[in-house]
Design a protein around this ligand. Structure first.
Ligand code: DGJ
Length: 685
């Protein structure tokens, strides 16, 4: 039994190795009493009941740690639930109505004491996992306006200090990891862009300021939502901290009608006592076992033609690239943008999802057949949510776009956003996607989304649009069980647990410079596993940054995720193509270790462990190189069996696990100059 309830209005969630204890305060408000190491039932019983703060003229009388903070009475911390009832009342006074337990799923049911309004708090735990999934359901029985409805509020135990880890960045610089002291007051992480965002990611970690990769307690949360979101962290003057978060952003409001059911996305939480590395490994395990639709499938080596040809797509160049990609060992060939309508630049054609007959005189069939003949699966780029004003679709349906009457449309990348909140628009998108996949035997869709939302017009559309995207993806997958989807939003602008529940991998960033990618991948890996981190090897100098990086280094960085190729193979020399084919073959050998193993981040590399195999990828970039004489700290693998011996699969050298972990791995990075790199394959024997 993973869930223990007790008579005195107390519930104990038991995860694999942690406990979470909820109790009702005297006024029925649900509060978190404990989130941390596992407690026995007896120990959980011994926790003091929620203690209301001493009320004073300016302080709260509510208990700290409420599971969903409301605005009733003297509650002054950021509310999770803000409602406006007719007449101006905004408070919710909890009245506990009962609970239900179904396996690892606990539902706590409440009503408001004054208004005909019900609230459910949901908790779900899975066998073998430490992640707790939480969400909220509102059931109004009279009209009400919702100003904020978070999925959950999370409180961490009182610590000596609080440090926040999160990501920020921008296009081609997403997933940049930040670690800063949590400011006293409120800190908001948010996206107001309609996608989960390049500028922030919907997850966070809190530690006392003393955690490292391998040591220290870490409390973390990740939101399963691919649209606008908001997480507000609070650090109180009396030394408490926590956060509340969910979908939507500041300033939106939604009117709910009687009988409606308002279900928030899941906001998952995880406590890990073994540092950031352990927190990441537990998140990876959760994503693999409880989020991804096809977790057990090895992610294929994809070739994507975007960086090779841009908008200059035609059947001949795609055939040639497909031929070269197959020889290099690619398993999926993806034709990117500009195969359809009048799309010869980003200025026209989005929305007209018919093959461009100038470029593909006989349609897509011959190319698809050729790719299949070459032994690869065929993937196709689509951007279903968007339209160029210069398109037949827009000319026929100018009212289908998100817009605010009376305001001009804001064009970004020359495109507008279709309003998927309108059923006929979402149906149109589903229909052409369904037909396209069915008619052409499309194996993989790269689903892109290349602009932020503006002039949304109605606040509900921020939510409804995302739900419609989810629903289309879910239907496509149900109708075409072989179909796989890569999520993309101008790179990694839609990376979150919501999109990962219906896609197979994420296009991590439009920045494919291996030097920059190291940091991008480090941020990405905090929560998301290697198998979903699409990483292409592209040309040198890199088309975006102009940086020249050796092929081997580019491969060794990309091999840390789901390796792909994205360069203009037609311009690679025979030697480069041969080396690429060799390295792709090596990747296929280590793929189970990288994609299904556990990740250990090292100071200048990463390590994966799977069964008896260990893979270390080490990169010596300019930062590690320094001036002559700069010592290179030995790279000490982690997580090995100290009593085991490990054979280097390439050199045959035999190492003791304990020695490797203390003295470090012998690596030949010394004389390699800038961008020396190494791949070490070890097997326990
Ligand atoms: C943005 C994506 O991130 C790129 O990989 C590429 O698909 C372009 N869009 C195509 O317009």
């Amino acid at each position: 039994m993973r869930l223990v309830t007790s008579a005195d209005r107390r519930w104990v969630l038991r995860t694999l190795s942690t406990s979470y204890v909820i109790a009702l305060a005297g006024d029925d408000a649900p509060c978190c009493l404990h989130w941390g190491p596992a407690l026995t039932a007896e120990q959980a019983e011994a926790l003091s009941a929620p203690a209301a703060a001493a009320g004073s003229s300016f302080d709260s009388v509510a208990a700290w740690g409420e599971e969903l903070r409301t605005e009733a009475g003297a509650r002054f911390e950021t509310p999770s639930l803000q409602l406006a009832f007719p007449g101006g009342d905004r408070g919710i006074d909890w009245r506990y109505e009962g609970h239900a337990v179904d396996g690892g799923h606990l539902t706590l049911r409440f009503a408001d004491r004054r208004h005909p309004f019900r609230i459910e708090l949901h908790y779900r735990v899975h066998a073998g996992s430490d992640v707790i999934e939480r969400w909220t359901v509102l059931r109004p029985e009279a009209p009400v306006t919702v100003l904020r409805c978070d999925s959950a509020a999370w409180s961490v135990p009182q610590l000596g200090g609080y440090r926040l880890s999160h990501v920020s960045g921008g296009w081609s610089a997403e997933h940049a990891l930040r670690r800063t002291e949590l400011a006293a007051g409120e800190t908001t992480l948010t996206s107001r862009r309609g996608v989960s965002g390049h500028h922030a990611g919907p997850w966070l970690m809190i530690d006392a300021g003393d955690a490292t990769e391998q040591h220290g307690e870490v409390w973390s949360g990740a939101l399963a939502w691919s649209g606008s979101w908001r997480i507000t962290l609070v650090r109180t003057p009396d030394g408490r901290a926590g956060w509340t978060g969910g979908f939507g952003h500041e300033g939106l409001s939604w009117r709910l009608e009687p009988g409606e059911e308002w279900v928030t996305p899941v906001f998952a939480g995880l406590y890990a006592p073994g540092g950031f590395g352990e927190a990441s490994r537990r998140w990876h395990d959760h994503v693999a076992r409880h989020v991804l639709p096809a977790p057990a499938e090895p992610r294929p080596v994809v070739y994507n033609a975007w960086e090779a040809v841009g908008f200059d797509v035609n059947e001949a160049n795609q055939r040639e690239l497909a031929r070269l990609a197959a020889r290099a060992g690619a398993e999926v060939f993806v034709m990117d943008d500009a195969w359809f309508g009048g799309r010869t630049s980003d200025g026209a054609g989005l929305g007209d999802w018919r093959p461009n007959r100038d470029r593909f005189p006989d349609g897509l069939g011959p190319l698809v057949d050729e790719v299949h003949r070459l032994g690869m699966r065929f993937g196709l780029w689509v951007e279903p949510e968007m339209v160029n004003p210069d398109s037949d679709l827009y000319r026929a349906h100018p009212d289908w776009v998100l817009h605010t009457p009376g305001r001009p449309h804001t064009l970004l990348r020359n495109q507008l956003v279709l309003n998927f909140g309108r059923p006929e628009v979402a149906d149109w998108a589903h229909k052409w996607l369904h037909e396209l996949v069915g008619e052409h035997g499309i194996d993989v869709l790269k689903w892109d989304c290349n602009r932020a939302f503006t002039e949304v017009g109605q606040d509900r559309l921020w939510i409804d649009h995302v739900r419609a995207v989810y629903s289309i993806m879910d239907r496509l997958r149900a109708d075409h069980p072989h179909l796989r989807i890569e999520a993309c939003a101008g790179g990694g602008g839609r990376t979150d647990l919501g999109i990962l529940a219906r896609t197979d991998q994420v296009w991590t960033s439009d920045n494919t410079d291996a030097h920059d990618r190291i940091a991008i991948q480090r941020g990405f890996s905090q929560v998301y596993p290697a198998r979903v981190m699409a990483a292409w090897v592209t040309d040198s100098p890199n088309p975006l940054t102009g940086r020249a990086v050796p092929l081997r280094f580019r491969f060794h960085v990309a091999m840390a995720g789901a390796l792909g190729l994205g360069g203009d193979l037609a311009r690679w020399s025979p030697q480069e193509l041969a080396e690429a084919a060799e390295l792709v073959a090596v990747y296929k050998d280590i793929r189970p270790v990288v994609q299904f193993g556990t990740l250990w981040r090292l100071p200048y590399g990463v390590q994966y462990v799977h069964d008896d195999r260990v893979v270390v990828l080490a990169w010596r970039g300019p930062a590690e190189l320094g001036p002559y004489g700069t010592p290179l700290v030995p790279l000490r693998p982690a997580g090995l069996d100290p009593h085991a011996r490990y054979r280097d699969e390439d050199t045959g050298a035999l190492h003791h696990g304990a020695v490797l972990m203390s003295a470090g791995l012998p690596l030949d990075l010394g004389g390699g100059g800038d961008y020396a790199s190494a791949l070490v394959r070890l097997r326990a024997c």
